[in-house]
Design a protein around this ligand. Sequence first.
Ligand code: SF4
Length: 154
Amino acid sequence: MPSDQGNFGYYYFDFVPPDKQAYNCIKCGACKLRCPQGIDIPVELMRVHTVAAIARLGVDATIIPKQCENKKVVLFGSGALGKSCLKILSSLGVDVYAYCDNNEKIWNTFLDGIRIISPTDLEKIKNNTVVFISSTYYEAIAEQLCSMNIVVLN
Ligand code: SF4
């Protein structure tokens, strides 16, 4: 139910362990062959994940590609939620430039082929960048971004 999508996003990300979430489907197609209704289950699973994530983020998915046009896209948070966001943005046709993380031990390493940068690096490119907070420490990171003069849209 569209009116209940916010709750769906909340329950999905807070109660379904990351390794059980729909994006773990490897698209092997085994279930598709067995489904008596011919449902394209791998596609539906990705749709479920996307709907949940967008509901959780509280944004209208159709505006995301437009907002990211000609900008560097950075995901702040490189944990499970960051990986989920990467998949969602990819499914919307949005390329991610980098992850950003406060953990200095992982700066300049790569996750899914994408570099993890420091907040200092983010500050250097902030004028041409869209940042998505992809961490459960949303409020703390939002405050951090505000202190860097990066506007946070709620
Ligand atoms: S959901 Fe279906 S396509 Fe995805 S991994 Fe499981 S059996 Fe394979």
